[in-house]
Design a protein around this ligand. Structure first.
Ligand SMILES: NC(=O)c1ccc[n+]([C@@H]2O[C@H](COP(=O)([O-])OP(=O)(O)OC[C@H]3O[C@@H](n4cnc5c(N)ncnc54)[C@H](OP(=O)(O)O)[C@@H]3O)[C@@H](O)[C@H]2O)c1
Length: 304
């Protein structure tokens, strides 16, 4: 495992374990998965209040209750703001959500709190007030956002005393709009359309670490693009490189993300220990420029 050092001094593993799919596991299975992650050098765990309706945090909390010595090796991130049928980043909701997460996770502090999705009714003064109280009470050590564009982040920063350390975004070789628009600047093709106000360069220029989510998924409907009939060229290339580097295709898909100079921290959502161990090998692979572009272009893209 390799690590990134953040401007606030935090050392984070290049790969993080996402806990969204743990709701089908029992707490002993979760414990084994977390132990595998720790033994593989992963020190970063991504939660949200909404995952499994709170069950994922609760299962994780049961593990921490049994293995309290693990807490100090871990960086635990959780998120708030998604409710059933609406988004809520009000002061009251942020405070309530964090208090409930602390209880479920069986911990007295959260390392990083992310605002899960932009709430159309978000008022930066309420967010700023919540962040200040959470920081000063020691309940939250650092803050970030998820699925937000540069102007939304700037709006929060106006009333926030603390740096925005992360932006969690959907990103993988199939869903790479952040890259497409940057390559097709000033063209009239559809790839030139900038859907995110240049969030990739904004984050790079402002020391905000991007955490790609759903690194193996084409979409919720299709599931993973691995071995999916809609992506024959991509799978052919992934398998070819998997053979070359003696790893599996999922590991190459992750190495493609890690090759970008933004130094992203992919969040892997596997619940399978063997898959997790395989994917950690991605930090030791540096794809060549040509290989990186071949994968990028294997999903119906062209260079201008
Ligand atoms: N901020 C947001 O809006 C947002 C949205 C979604 C997710 N997230 C975060 O991102 C994390 C990851 O999301 P995700 O679970 O959709 O990501 P993912 O890592 O792309 O998907 C994991 C799924 O792929 C399956 N898979 C199939 N073949 C695999 C292989 N060879 N190796 C590994 N996995 C394989 C896994 O099955 P097995 O379990 O059998 O390995 C698992 O069901 C979540 O846990 C959550 O923390 C954030």
């Amino acid at each position: 495992m390799k690590y990134y050092k953040l401007s606030n001094g935090l050392e984070i593993s290049q790969i993080s374990l996402g806990c969204m799919r743990m709701f089908n596991m029992n707490s002993h299975e979760v414990e084994e998965l977390v132990e595998t992650a720790l033994n593989s050098g992963i020190n970063f765990f991504d939660h949200a209040d909404i995952y499994g309706g709170g069950i994922c945090e609760e299962l994780f909390g049961k593990v921490l209750k049994r293995r309290p010595e693990w807490r100090k090796q871990m960086i635990i991130q959780t998120k708030c703001g998604i409710c059933r049928g609406y988004y809520d980043l009000s002061y009251e909701h942020i405070m309530e959500s964090v208090n409930a997460s602390l209880e479920r996770l069986h911990t007295d502090y959260i390392d990083i709190l992310l605002l899960h999705r932009p709430d159309a009714l978000m008022d930066n003064r309420e967010v700023g007030k919540a962040f200040t109280e959470l920081y000063e009470s020691g309940k939250v050590k650092a803050f970030g956002v998820s699925n937000m564009n540069p102007s939304q982040i700037e709006y929060i920063k106006k009333e926030c005393r603390y740096p925005i350390v992360f932006n969690q975004l959907q990103f993988n070789v199939v869903n790479a709009g952040m890259i497409d628009a940057g390559i097709n600047v000033n063209m009239s093709n559809s790839a030139s359309i900038n859907h995110d106000s240049d969030v990739l360069n904004y984050c790079m220029n402002n020391d905000i670490k991007i955490q790609p989510w759903s690194v193996l998924q084409a979409s919720w409907e299709k599931g993973t693009y691995l071995n999916h009939p809609d992506y024959p060229k991509l799978n052919e290339k992934l398998n070819e490189l998997a053979e070359k580097y003696h790893v599996d295709a999922a590991t190459i898909a992750l190495a493609w993300i890690l090759r970008h100079p933004a130094g992203m921290q992919p969040i892997v959502g596997t619940t399978n220990k063997e898959h997790l161990i395989s994917m950690c090998k991605a930090t030791d692979i540096e794809l060549t420029r040509q290989e990186w572009y071949e994968l990028y272009l294997s999903v119906d893209r062209r260079l201008p």
